[in-house]
Ligand binder design. Structure first.
Ligand SMILES: Nc1ncnc2c1ncn2[C@@H]1O[C@H](COP(=O)(O)OP(=O)(O)OP(=O)(O)O)[C@@H](O)[C@H]1O
Length: 870
């Protein structure tokens, strides 16, 4: 723009490259923002907005943040959903003639944060790309902070949209990139945007181009063809991965060398779960607070390393279905459990290992310092001991892992002998290379040290020579070394002193000798800092050649850590090894809910057994009063099954688990008002998803479906859903069905696979006592009023409710009995429950051949009747 200052012109030109980001423009010790960015940033970060002369009549709005504190500010903007482009000075401002060269070095978006404040407390930070074409899809996922890159594809799935949502739910990425076909799919986009708190970028088709994707994949992973990665036949994986890499290259600018391995996985090799099942079972987050507290993850997480913590979360979200692999894991847990002293030793070894995955990516990115190298060395030093422990454990899996575990002694020794034991934070301050590693560094350091001694000696000599006792040799950045003499001693100053500066009370001088020493010292100081920096970079490059080895060891350590965690939690909570096999049965003897149990005194939790199969016991109908423990029981069956399938021992006395391919849950009123749907609508969509996707091998958990609508509608729906799931021709999977509709218990007599169970309560004169024990049969009462009493409803309301209930249960025409209290303001208490007077209806009802009618016919009749009387 004409009239603009050159710097402002440069600013605008650079901003053109990243129009959608806030540009952090490096100016000395600050990042400055101008124009609209400044207005946005000052508002969002609550920092002062000023103005800068930009060559135009009006000053440009401007605000800035100090470089050293920028991480916090960037974190804040990313959290609020902005992208930030970092623009650095690429030449030394002191050396530059005219305008300093600047360029964007990185664009940070929610999915590409690699370290710093935003990652604190976060287990992962996924960026996901999706290539979707209505029937198939491919995905690529990367955790930029560790460099882990995965890809998969699903071809001609029965319900590709649901399957895609399941995969997104597995990772809950911070950011997604999607192709235009997906963007145009209104239903999918709406669900993605509403269900996931993710930043969505729509990329043009060229990003997903097959040929250019292959090229960029080959380049990134150093392979000659897709065969080397095992994805030659996976067109959709290639497209999604290609787009992901292109996007990363465009935004990250700097080397992505830490992303060096592509992991292909097959979606169907894992148990599938949709987002609401993950939420309902509170796998990694508590449903109400959205944090780890109160989740299965919290109970199982005894990992000692951050890598192990991430791996555990990954395993919980991806239970496996391969029986052999599950048993491999279970045997390993057993081996660790068997020997308590080895378990303790393992804990100690693991505890001292830092996050190798993040350390190595920090080193790849170049934002590392001497302390990171020391952490790396200290962690690697633990590997020999870890190997020794593993070799004593009697498990094929652990032995296999141990043989693959590289001790990386060469790297450890290199760091040991080269890096200073107490390096500073900055790599440009010196003191980063250990003495004795490099002769040149030692030589200059010696000059530096002895030079400072020379200065002291010179100071003493000059004091003696001149007789000025207060004479001092000092140093400052502007003048270097100088001799300072107070005004009272000026007459003693010898002739060879050359004046440098006059102060109010003193004069400053230098001598030829002082200058000589100074130049030696300063040169040596500068030299050694530069030299140390170069050597540090050389060491970094050597370490980088072993990135793959470090990552492999990190992966193994993370797996060992999870297995250790399973053993520790099983030991502390008395979990047992389940028998996992590929049959139909789920038999749990005296099972417990791991999270509910953990929240109370353990002895107070009442264990319960279950027997499910795909024949006579394929649908268990659980009735029982409110608060009896129905939801806890049915969820615990799902959680125990899931725990077994991730390779963990289970909270029970005995368990035999036939692996399931999916767990479905429809639990309680998880109304999603944010989704703009009513409670009932959400419930029905979830049920619909179950009915469309469940198979013979699925485990289905239904908690009070139909509750969100009128009793008859709800009962009819619950009834027909139960029939549909029970039907072997359609689904025939294993199901647990908790309900308050006592009418449903009639199904036991009608369908061969249905069994009734209820939860025992005891009555006494004060109300009910919950025994929490599940027994065969159906509950006779719902005890809703007793529970309401326990909840503290006023006595008057409770007494009146009992009266009404008795009236409803006893009187033929179900009238609400009159109130005994006199409350004149209110309408008369005598209300006809159904408000029907029509004698004919009563006659019809009396004549109804109810014994010959099926329950559905009865319900339809009642339903129509209700319509009539309304
Ligand atoms: N087996 C058990 N042992 C001990 N306490 C239990 C057990 N099961 C459940 N509880 C306790 O009872 C509370 C209520 O359980 P839950 O929500 O499962 O009941 P519910 O029958 O589903 O109730 P509602 O029908 O009102 O939803 C739980 O929060 C837990 O504290």
């Amino acid at each position: 723009m004409a009239g603009l200052t050159p710097m402002m012109q440069q600013y605008l030109e650079i901003h053109e490259q990243v129009k959608d980001a806030i540009l952090f423009f490096r100016l000395g010790d600050f990042y400055e923002m101008f124009f609209d960015d400044a207005i946005t940033a000052s508002r969002e970060l609550e920092i002062t907005l000023t103005g800068k002369d930009c060559g135009l009549e009006e000053r440009a709005p401007m605000c800035g943040v100090p470089y050293h504190a920028s991480e916090n500010y960037i974190a804040k903007l990313i959290e609020k959903g902005y992208k930030v482009a970092i623009c650095e000075q690429v030449e030394d401002p002191k050396q530059a003639k005219g305008l300093v060269k600047r360029e964007i070095v990185r664009v940070i978006s929610p999915g590409t944060v690699n370290d710093g404040k935003l990652l604190q407390g976060k287990n992962n930070n996924f960026l996901m790309s999706i290539y979707y074409n209505m029937t198939d899809f491919g995905i690529g996922i990367v955790d930029v902070s560790t460099g882990e890159f995965r890809t998969s594809q699903v071809i001609r799935a029965k319900n590709p949209k649901e399957k895609l949502l399941d995969e997104i739910a597995k990772y809950k990425p911070s950011e997604m990139i999607v192709n235009t076909v997906l963007f145009k799919d209104k239903w999918l986009m709406e669900n993605i945007e509403k269900r996931f708190d993710s930043y969505v970028n729509i990329l043009q088709n060229k990003y997903f181009n097959l040929e250019s994707s292959k090229d960029i994949i080959k380049e990134q992973f150093s392979v000659y063809s897709m065969t080397g990665l095992g994805i030659e036949a996976d067109e959709y994986s290639i497209r999604a991965s290609g787009a992901l890499l292109t996007y990363l290259q465009e935004t990250q600018m700097r080397a992505l060398s830490h992303i060096d391995k592509l992991q292909r996985y097959v979606v169907d090799e894992y148990m599938a779960m949709d987002l609401s099942t993950r939420r309902n079972l509170e796998l990694t987050e508590n449903m109400r607070t959205n944090d780890k507290k109160g989740s299965l993850l919290e109970v199982l997480d005894k990992t000692q390393t951050s890598m192990g913590g991430r791996k555990l979360k990954d395993w919980i979200h991806q239970p496996i279905i391969d029986v052999e692999n599950i048993n491999y894991r279970l045997d390993a847990v057993g081996a660790i459990l068997e020997d308590v002293s080895l378990q303790l030793k393992l804990e100690k070894d693991l505890k001292n290992i830092y996050d190798l995955e993040r350390l190595i990516s920090k080193i790849s990115f170049g934002n590392c310092n001497g302390r990171d190298f020391l952490s790396l060395k200290n962690s690697l030093s633990m590997i020999p001991s870890l190997k020794e422990t593993l070799s004593s454990l009697d498990s094929d899996y652990l032995q296999k892992l141990n043989t693959q575990l590289d001790t990386l002694e060469d790297i450890r020794d290199l760091i040991e002998k080269s890096i200073h034991p107490e390096p500073p934070i900055s790599v440009k301050e010196g003191n980063i290379i250990r003495s004795g590693y490099n002769e040149e560094v030692d030589y200059y350091r010696e000059i530096n040290v002895s030079g400072k001694d020379f200065i002291l000696n010179l100071e003493n000599a000059e004091k003696e020579k001149t007789g000025i006792k207060s004479l001092k040799i000092k140093f400052n950045k502007v003048f270097g070394y100088y001799i300072e003499v107070t005004k009272t001693n000026l007459d003693l100053v010898p002739e060879n002193y050359i004046r440098k500066q006059t102060l109010a009370n003193a004069e400053r001088y230098y001598t030829e000798e002082l200058k000589d020493i100074e130049s030696k010292i300063l040169n040596a100081e500068e030299k050694v800092i530069d030299l140390e920096y170069d050597i540090f970079q050389e060491i970094r490059n050597i370490v980088l050649e072993s990135v793959q080895r470090v990552k492999k060891s990190a992966e193994i350590i993370s797996i060992v850590d999870v297995l250790f965690s399973f053993a520790k939690v099983s030991y502390e909570n008395n979990y047992v090894k389940p028998i996992v096999y590929s049959g139909d049965e789920i038999l749990i003897y005296e099972g417990r809910h791991p999270v509910v149990e953990n929240m109370m005194d353990k002895k107070d939790f009442v264990p319960n057994s279950v027997s499910l199969d795909c024949n006579d016991n394929r649908m268990l109908l659980i009735t029982g009063p409110n608060m009896a423990g129905k939801s806890t029981f049915i969820r615990q069956v799902a959680i125990i099954t899931l725990m077994a399938q991730i390779g963990c021992y289970v909270p029970a006395e005995k368990a035999k688990i036939g692996v399931v391919d999916r767990i479905f849950t429809r639990v309680g009123a998880s109304d999603d008002l944010a989704l703009g749907q009513s409670t009932f609508m959400v419930e029905m969509s979830e049920v619909s998803n179950i009915l469309k996707n469940a198979t013979h091998n699925s485990l289905i958990i239904l908690d009070e479906i139909g509750r969100g609508t009128s009793t008859f509608d709800g009962l009819s729906i619950a009834w027909s859903v139960a029939e549909y799931i029970h039907d072997k021709e359609i689904i025939g999977g294993k199901a647990l069905f908790a309900t308050h509709y006592h009418e449903l218990t009639q199904l036991e007599a009608l369908l061969e696979g249905v069994k009734n169970y209820c939860i025992k309560v005891q009555e006494n004169q004060d109300g009910v006592i919950f025994l929490r024990k599940i027994i065969p049969g159906s509950a006779d009462q719902s005890y809703g009023i007793e529970v309401a009493k326990l909840a503290g409803l006023p006595e008057q309301v409770i007494t009146r409710a009992r009266e009404i209930l008795m009236g409803l249960e006893s009187s033929e025409d179900a009238k609400v009995p009159p109130r005994k209290t006199k409350e004149p303001q209110h309408p008369k208490a005598e209300v006809n429950l159904f408000n029907y007077q029509d004698k004919q209806i009563i006659e019809d009802l009396k004549a109804l051949p109810i014994e010959d009618m099926s329950p559905i016919e009865v319900m339809n009749y009642v339903y129509n009747l209700r319509k009539k009387i309304n």
